[in-house]
Ligand binder design. Structure first.
Ligand SMILES: Cc1cc2nc3c(=O)[nH]c(=O)nc-3n(C[C@H](O)[C@H](O)[C@H](O)COP(=O)(O)OP(=O)(O)OC[C@H]3O[C@@H](n4cnc5c(N)ncnc54)[C@H](O)[C@@H]3O)c2cc1C
Length: 362
């Protein structure tokens, strides 16, 4: 991945033009890449160097503890939360859950029973590195039809013969959703008018996300690799596979086969509400979950509501806040929007809370 999909105003600092100033101050303005019909996008290197600069300038290391959170509990009758970790417990009065996407790669059914040394990997496996995929004689199949699959196929095609295998035709979209969804006013009108915890909310958010799409500049890279003969695109699905001495033997939905294959899956991650921590925190603190296990939040504060309708001091950011923050919740700008609500919520008196969906209180 050479550049971000999002624009130069989406970064982790608080000032909108911080990344642009950083680029200019370091004579790296050429790393703000111009894009047709869209603002400039930063290179990955520039974005990361700016992030490191923010971490240093804002002394974020001083408030960073490294450990795995296993639960959040509260002693009866106190306002104090105990954040339980594998390195002991931390006392606090507020908790923000910003646990990202799901932790488990999504695996197709046919992958269930392979030996560990089979030439099969998921792009998000810890051990997989697209820069060092290892020598392999046969063809590599990249399974997926989104931006991750697109980037991966281009990268692997620099070394080896690649087939990009997608269920559908490659769909081209510049952004992950219409930029209107960055604004609270639009989010409020489109989703806060629907009952918290309802399926209708999630449906609207999903309809707005351009999931499994590829931006035009990745499409161009794919076309170049295709023209150079290193890559082919095939539409279809693997229905079964066997491990052989030469690699995997694959059968496709049209009945055709391929032998001596390696497969790298770019099939996404399991939904974040399935993360065990989400279930544990909700149970320990009696917090309400709606459709598909998403937390039921106060849209104005992003505080997770208890099953009795009162508000906890556990707040949610990132993909887990999608039913309140909308289709950009899982993106950088969504994290910024969430921070605004958590730190400086709008006047609640102006907003009438909607009743929870009938499935929301469970
Ligand atoms: C290849 C790629 C390209 C992307 N490009 C863009 C882009 O161009 N623009 C854009 O806006 N977004 C992009 N994104 C998405 C971007 O990475 C996310 O928007 C951003 O990382 C979300 O931040 P987050 O804090 O919500 O979650 P994350 O960055 O995923 O962070 C979650 C954190 O929670 C930690 N965690 C989880 N569970 C526990 C636990 N039990 N205990 C302790 N810690 C825990 C994890 O270790 C991790 O550090 C891209 C993502 C990928 C993978």
């Amino acid at each position: 991945m050479e550049t971000l999909r999002s624009t130069f105003v989406h970064h982790i600092d608080t000032e909108s033009f911080s990344l642009e100033s950083f680029a200019e101050g370091h004579h790296r303005a050429n790393e703000l890449v111009s894009t047709k019909n869209y603002p400039d996008r930063p290179t990955l290197g520039l974005f990361l160097d700016h992030a490191r600069d923010v971490i240093e300038r804002r002394e974020l290391s001083d408030c960073h503890h490294r450990s795995k959170v296993t639960d959040v509990t509260q002693s009866a009758g106190t306002e104090t939360y105990l954040v339980e970790t594998d390195a002991g417990a931390i006392e606090t009065h507020r908790v923000v859950l910003a646990v990202g996407l799901g932790a488990t790669p999504t695996l197709p059914e046919w992958t269930r029973s392979f030996p560990d040394d089979a030439p099969l990997a998921h792009v998000w496996d810890e051990a997989f590195d697209p820069a060092t995929p290892g020598a392999f004689e046969g063809r590599t199949f990249v399974v997926g039809g989104g931006i991750t699959a697109g980037h991966l196929a281009c990268r692997l095609a620099e070394w080896t013969a690649v087939t990009l295998l997608s269920r559908h035709e490659l769909e081209i979209e510049l952004t992950e959703a219409d930029p209107h969804w960055i604004n609270w006013r639009h989010i409020g009108k489109e989703i806060h008018t629907l009952p918290p915890g309802s399926e209708a909310r999630l449906d609207r958010v999903r309809a707005a996300r351009n999931d499994a799409t590829i931006p035009p500049y990745v499409e161009r890279r794919l076309a170049e690799a295709r023209d150079g003969g290193a890559l082919e695109h095939r539409q279809g699905e693997i229905t079964s596979a066997n491990a052989t001495d030469e690699g995997l033997s694959l059968r496709f939905d049209g009945g055709t086969k391929a032998t001596a294959a390696r497969v790298v899956l770019a099939t996404g991650l399991e939904p974040v509400p399935k993360q065990p921590l989400v279930g544990r925190v909700s149970e320990s603190l009696s917090l309400a979950r709606g459709v598909e296990g998403f937390p039921v939040l106060n849209d104005q504060t992003l505080a997770w509501r208890r099953t009795d309708g009162t508000e906890s001091a556990v707040y949610v950011s990132g993909a887990l806040a999608e039913p309140s923050v909308g289709p950009f919740a899982r993106n950088i700008v969504g994290a910024r929007r969430a921070a605004e609500r958590i730190l400086d919520p709008p006047d609640q008196a102006r907003t009438d809370p909607l009743p929870m969906s009938s499935r929301g209180g469970s």
